[in-house]
Design a protein around this ligand. Structure first.
Ligand code: 5GP
Ligand code: ZN
Length: 117
């Protein structure tokens, strides 16, 4: 069923506590934790507890949780002391998505590269 935990999903396992993560913030429906391979001084992933394969699928099925993901990312940025940061949703392997559980990357703490956007 849509949104149900997937046994083969890394981020579902992190939500379930089966794989450890450095959690920086959690809500009833979202979890924020540090990326294991940081690309900036602050690199946090914010995910819904529910399993959806990407951000658009999440937004289509659960728009309120998609909004909460953005609000939570903003709160993490504030807690990290960031006023300038970037939010990224990779969608599809060709765009660099490697974990097919919706997540937003929060990157900050350095001058972010220009280009692409
Ligand atoms: P994607 O490439 O799908 O947009 O982002 C997946 C992110 O998950 C990558 O930045 C990768 O470093 C991170 N990641 C992969 N495995 C783990 C893990 O076991 N723990 C944590 N905290 N992050 C992970
Ligand atoms: Zn999942």
């Amino acid at each position: 069923m849509a949104g149900e935990p997937q046994s083969d999903c890394l981020f579902c396992k992190i939500v379930a506590g089966e794989i450890p993560a450095t959690v920086v913030r959690k809500s009833a429906r979202t979890l924020a934790f540090r990326d294991i391979n940081p690309q900036a001084p602050t690199h946090v992933l914010v995910i819904p507890h529910a399993h959806y394969p990407n951000a658009a699928a999440l937004a289509a099925a659960e728009p309120a949780i998609a909004g909460e993901l953005l609000a939570e990312a903003g709160e993490v940025a504030r807690e990290e002391g960031l006023t300038d940061y970037r939010l990224i949703f990779n969608t599809g392997a060709g765009a660099g998505q490697t974990v097919f559980h919706a997540h937003v990357h929060l990157l900050g703490g350095t001058k972010l590269h220009e280009g692409l956007v």
